[in-house]
Design a protein around this ligand. Structure first.
Ligand code: PCA
Length: 196
């Protein structure tokens, strides 16, 4: 029996018309390594993104949840090590919310480490000659909000929670800025899932 992975990508936000996270997630094979994948596209809205993932997870009862998001200025695929208990938005989300100086979960601890094997992922993706680095902050916007909420919810359970940020696609990147072809992002995610 395959293990169950719930893997999510985001809708576009800000000035972008595409989000590489969902573009890549939607192109992944349905079975990778030990996992059978269920893919979910989530809105870039504080609170709502996590509610939708938790609701899907309630039905699916996944062994692992891996969320993917866009971090446009990064020069590598970046598995996140830490989720922090802070909402501090530098721009409005897709519903017009812009929380600042607020906790994600008032009763929660300051931070959680990812509960997926981040080092294995980084080593495996890098080993396939795809730029990949640890990240020690998922930011304070909707991606971190989703990551922290899930990690908090599943703390002390068997369900692993991880997050990977991916760079801009070539068509999104400003002139001269780093970007990564969609096929490379798909391959990186596929390798990361395979070693989980
Ligand atoms: N990136 C944003 C939110 C959605 C996305 O793809 C972030 O890093 O918070």
């Amino acid at each position: 029996m395959k293990k169950k992975l719930l893997i999510t990508g985001f809708e576009p936000f800000g000035k972008d018309e595409v989000n590489p996270s969902w573009e890549a997630v939607s192109r992944l094979e349905d079975i990778i390594g030990d996992y059978e994948l269920t893919k979910l596209r989530v809105p870039v809205i504080f609170g709502t993104a996590a509610e939708q993932v938790l609701s899907a997870a309630e039905t699916l009862a996944p062994d692992m949840i891996l969320c993917i998001g866009q971090a446009g200025r990064r020069k590598a695929v970046t598995p996140e090590r830490v989720a922090i208990n802070l909402r501090d938005a530098s721009m409005k989300d897709n519903a017009g919310n812009q929380p600042m100086d607020e906790p994600v979960a008032p009763e929660g601890p300051a931070a959680y480490f990812a509960s997926v094997p981040v080092r294995k992922m980084v080593n495996a993706v890098k080993g396939n000659n795809i730029p990949c680095e640890f990240s020690y902050s998922a930011g304070t916007y909707v991606c971190n909000d989703l990551f922290y909420t899930l990690r908090h919810h599943y703390n002390g359970t068997e369900t692993g929670v991880g997050f990977i940020h991916v760079p801009y696609l070539p068509e999104q990147a400003p002139e001269g800025a780093f970007s990564m072809p969609l096929e490379t992002i798909v391959r990186a995610l596929s390798i990361a899932v395979e070693v989980m």
